[in-house]
Ligand binder design. Structure first.
Ligand SMILES: NC(=O)c1ccc[n+]([C@@H]2O[C@H](COP(=O)([O-])OP(=O)(O)OC[C@H]3O[C@@H](n4cnc5c(N)ncnc54)[C@H](O)[C@@H]3O)[C@@H](O)[C@H]2O)c1
Length: 274
């Protein structure tokens, strides 16, 4: 006898059918790749960035709007969320991914203006966008917010104090907002990528000693591809993560699992044992 099994899960291709996704920093690197993954799974994309670049030609114009938004500006963030809701009538998923690095320098030598810019872009952006989006999500009775943190927010990052502080701030803001909104059906999570091949890290290619030093700290021995981070974002945004909130998901080839300083530590230990 043939039993017709009822399908209980949507297929991956339908996961975000007609869901409205606002992305920041969506025309480059992790943001652009994640945008294309959402689109491929049926989402309507409200893409934002400092500049449009050629994003419509690379993603196609079907189901894609572009809106210019500087996430360090509370006014821009509010206007972007409002424009998204004006066009689509809702905002299901907010992915705050825009971010900038800082020049390496210890605190006495860090530039104050740069410290403020990094904090306002990386952390301020999440606060401003969430502040604007949450009232709409509460009315909808559901929503999902995901932020791009970093392994630099899970532990310290030598000489990168503005960046590390901004990403640690993201992690605690995510957890706090998740607690505040759990009763509203709004889930709030973060991904914490390690070294990922994007335009942000492209200059490392010309600095082989630095690149090799960074790779040597990654147990899986390579940098992430942007789509590996994007797939983690889609998981957190989807119904597959329906009971997950306040979580930070490292996407780092094992880096944050290791506090031994491998592989150098292992080499020295082995030498000690002869
Ligand atoms: N590449 C890595 O190794 C790595 C590791 C951990 C975390 N991250 C984080 O991933 C996120 C994406 O970075 P990426 O690696 O794809 O780099 P990227 O430089 O390719 O992308 C960053 C995007 O943010 C946008 N942006 C910068 N300032 C902005 C502002 N004020 N308003 C709006 N948009 C702004 C840029 O225009 C760009 O499109 C960042 O938050 C970054 O900190 C990256």
């Amino acid at each position: 006898m043939v039993v017709n099994r009822q399908q209980t899960h949507t297929t991956t291709s339908q996961r975000f059918q007609d869901q409205v996704v606002l992305i920041t920093g969506g025309t480059s690197g992790i943001g652009a790749t994640t945008a294309s993954l959402f689109l491929a799974q049926g989402a309507k994309l409200f893409n934002t960035d400092l500049e449009e670049r050629n994003i419509k030609s690379s993603l196609g114009s079907k189901n894609v709007d572009f809106y210019k938004c500087d996430v360090s500006s509370p006014e821009d963030c509010e206007a972007a969320v409002k424009a998204c809701v004006d066009i689509h009538g809702r905002i299901d998923i907010l992915f705050h991914n825009a971010g900038i690095l800082c020049q390496p320098a210890e605190v006495p030598d860090q530039d104050v203006a740069l410290f403020q810019k990094v904090l306002l872009t990386n952390l301020g952006g999440l606060f401003y966008l969430s502040r604007a989006a949450i009232p709409y999500m509460r009315k909808q009775g559901k929503g999902s917010i995901i932020a791009t943190a970093s392994t630099s927010g899970l532990s310290g990052a030598m000489a990168l104090s503005p960046y590390a502080a901004s990403k640690a701030g993201i992690i605690n803001l995510v957890k706090t907002m998740a607690l505040d909104r759990a009763k509203d059906g709004i889930r709030i999570n973060a991904v914490a990528p390690g070294y990922t091949n994007t335009p942000m890290t492209a200059p490392f290619a010309g600095l082989p000693a630095l690149r090799d030093a960074m790779l040597s700290r990654i147990p899986m021995g390579r940098a992430a591809k942007p789509e590996e981070v994007g797939r983690a974002v889609l998981f957190l945004a989807s119904e597959d993560a329906s009971f997950t909130t306040g979580h930070v998901l490292p996407v780092d080839g094992g880096t944050s699992a290791d506090c031994s300083g491998a592989p150098d530590t292992i080499k020295h230990l082995a030498a000690m044992q002869g």
